[in-house]
Design a protein around this ligand. Structure first.
Ligand SMILES: Cc1cc2nc3c(=O)[nH]c(=O)nc-3n(C[C@H](O)[C@H](O)[C@H](O)COP(=O)(O)OP(=O)(O)OC[C@H]3O[C@@H](n4cnc5c(N)ncnc54)[C@H](O)[C@@H]3O)c2cc1C
Length: 374
């Protein structure tokens, strides 16, 4: 089997099962054929190629964590590797999946009732529907546990939402946006499924972004938005549940960063070896050295961190799911990987402290059980 990455010094590929390896290669083939040719143009126009949603659904990339939507019960490393592949070609497409699949399907998986899961998860998984996740506000970002100003008021008809959200990815075109708001009665954060076109809900694109240009970030306003009780996430009781959802996606962000670094490194190597008309090959090589060495230095060292983080935010990769027995040359790589993991212990300390709290607060994502910790 060919190596997936030139810089996989710790042999993480050896942790993928044959089926996972094949699924990663199928995704890579699609991305190279259909997304890479579009990516620069969409980046320049600051638009998102919405046509990727259904093919990504068909490739099993959306909803990999949930029993009713995953193609097969893949490992944590496999799920992370998918994010790596997406971001290696286009960080915007990686962010799209991180939001619609990771955060929105995460909100439904953790906080939705059985009926809500059945109604929304399958259509989000095929890419028929796209989701957005509205937590951040103009005056509240990393302090959203306490700082949310958007309100939810219980009425005879359901709930009335008022407030504003900012930076909400996918929101300009999403079919459903999860809005997090504070219940004026008990002060607790609750989640609401707000469908496109709901009166009082408006999403306006934030212009002139420098990074992640293809991601459609929006300012959202909510003016007396009426939501029925059936659209309130039934298993969300407080911000603690929101934190559970965010924790499920944290390692994906690390894998995305690794994918971007690897993509940058590969592009630099391609450029250095190409016969472009400007500058000598040695000149190009030298000019690329600084940027590529940064990416090169980052990606193999970061991978163990993402793996470790992934393991504690979901579950550790099962020994039986590895291909080490079929790939004896990977044994040394595994030893190096362990050394890498040890070096990353400081970086993953926060994850480890989460994992070491005995009975894990992380839900078993494949089961439609109530989110733990309550
Ligand atoms: C491209 C993009 C996409 C996004 N997509 C979404 C989305 O889909 N949904 C969504 O809800 N949000 C989204 N966001 C918002 C993102 O989650 C927030 O930017 C993030 O939560 C940080 O909030 P903030 O920008 O208000 O920064 P702040 O909270 O103001 O933080 C700014 C800096 O101050 C530091 N800081 C803050 N408080 C403290 C403290 N008490 N002590 C020490 N340091 C502190 C932070 O670490 C950070 O470095 C997106 C943002 C971007 C840029």
């Amino acid at each position: 089997m060919d190596d997936l990455l030139a810089g996989d010094f710790y042999g993480f590929q050896g942790l993928l099962t044959e089926r996972e390896d094949a699924a990663v290669r199928a995704l890579r083939d699609y991305l190279e054929a259909e997304v890479r040719p579009l990516a620069d143009d969409f980046w320049a126009r600051a638009e998102f190629p919405v046509q990727v949603a259904r093919p990504l659904g068909g490739l099993g990339v959306l909803g990999t964590l949930w029993e009713e939507t995953r193609a097969f019960p893949g490992s944590a490393v496999y799920r992370g590797w998918l994010m790596l592949e997406l971001s290696r070609v286009d960080a915007g497409v990686g962010a799209f999946v991180g939001i619609s699949s990771g955060l929105v399907m995460g909100a439904l998986g953790v906080g939705g009732s059985a009926e809500q899961r059945a109604e929304w998860l399958p259509r989000l998984a095929t890419g028929e529907l796209v989701g957005a996740f509205g937590l951040t506000e103009p005056l509240s970002g990393s302090d959203s546990a306490r700082g949310l100003r958007t309100t939810a008021e219980r009425t005879a008809d359901g709930w009335v939402l008022n407030g504003a959200k900012r930076w909400i990815g996918n929101a300009t075109f999403a079919d459903v946006t999860v809005i997090w708001a504070k219940d004026v009665a008990d002060g607790q954060v609750k989640g609401f499924l707000v469908e496109k076109g709901t009166p009082g809900f408006a999403a306006t694109r934030i212009e002139n972004k420098v990074s992640l240009r293809s991601v459609q970030n929006a300012d959202i306003t909510l003016n007396d938005v009426v939501i029925p009780e059936a659209r309130r996430l039934q298993r969300i009781d407080s911000f603690r549940d929101v934190a559970t959802i965010l924790r499920l996606t944290r390692a994906d962000v690390a894998w995305q960063a690794i994918g971007v670094a690897i993509g940058a490194y590969e592009a630099a190597v391609r450029y250095a070896g190409s016969g472009s008309s400007s500058g000598s090959r040695s000149g190009r090589t030298s000019s690329c050295r600084t940027s590529s060495s940064g990416a090169w230095a980052t990606s193999p060292r970061a991978s163990p961190c993402a793996c470790a983080c992934r393991s504690c935010t979901t579950r550790a990769p099962s020994a039986t799911s590895t291909r080490r027995s079929r790939r004896p040359t990977r044994r040394r790589a595994c030893a190096r990987r362990s050394a890498g993991l040890a070096r990353c212990s400081a970086a993953t300390a926060s994850c480890s402290s989460t994992a070491s709290r005995g009975s894990s607060p992380t839900p078993r994502p494949s089961t439609p059980t109530r989110a733990p910790g309550r």
